[in-house]
Design a protein around this ligand. Structure first.
Ligand code: DX5
Ligand code: ZN
Length: 217
């Protein structure tokens, strides 16, 4: 058994029963609640916004791991912090001043993360890796839950692990998209610290048990 964390993605939950879903996560072995925010511009879909993050926070007993798939995140991170975000990750592809974005998130008292799309090289993080708490390696193109896991992720995680070690960074590696029991063991073996899983958890017969299985690897 390794020391990894499991973060169920609330995007795949029943939005008409969010309180029940959050309580299920509270009473499970999950470590964080992953919250996907989509703006219909950076990604071709909308998901949820500030009032819903507040509603989740009212019931959550675990940290909210907020993944912003939005343009101009610097205009909104403060509001997400106030709504209850404990970690905020922004996409490298939309940040012209990434180092400033990271400092801003940290100045709000949040853990700071950067998410990278499947096409984005790990190399793009070289100059900020030492400052990061979290890197989200996207193993699908962001925008939708339930997509097929991209196999090149294993290689990317291994590269990222090397970059983290070289720079003596404390950044944790999170993998997001298409995560299941089929690929999780191998992901942990190449250096993943946090498994995000949406459909694999919420579309299973017993989500609490599925979380336990992901945690027990
Ligand atoms: C994709 C989101 C993911 C998604 C994962 O844009 O960032 O967090 O909810 O869902 P699954 O595990 O179903 O691929
Ligand atoms: Zn996500």
């Amino acid at each position: 058994m390794s020391n990894h964390l499991v973060a169920p993605s609330i995007l795949a939950a029943d939005f008409a029963n969010l309180e029940r879903e959050v309580k299920m996560i509270n009473n499970s072995q999950a470590d964080w609640i992953h919250v996907d925010v989509m703006d219909g511009t950076f990604v071709p879909n909308f998901s949820l916004g500030i009032p819903v993050v507040e509603a989740i926070k009212r019931h959550a007993k675990k940290p909210l791991d907020v993944h912003l798939m939005i343009v101009n995140p610097e205009h909104h991170v403060e509001a997400f912090r106030k709504a209850g975000a404990d970690h905020i990750s922004v996409h490298v592809e939309v940040c012209h001043h990434l180092q400033r974005n990271i400092s801003q998130i940290k100045s709000l008292g949040c853990k700071a993360g950067v998410a990278i799309n499947p096409h984005t090289p790990i190399f793009d993080l070289e100059n900020v890796i030492a400052e990061l708490d979290l890197v989200i390696v996207m193993s699908v193109n962001p925008g939708f839950g339930g997509q097929k896991f991209l196999e090149h992720t294993f290689q990317k995680v291994a590269q990222l692990k090397e970059l983290i070690t070289q720079n003596k960074s404390g950044a944790k590696i999170e993998v997001d998209g298409g995560v299941s029991l089929q690929n999780s063991r191998r992901l942990l073996d190449v250096g993943v610290d946090i498994l995000v899983a949406g459909n694999f958890v919420f579309n299973s017969d017993n989500p609490t048990e599925t979380i336990r299985q992901l945690k027990d690897l």
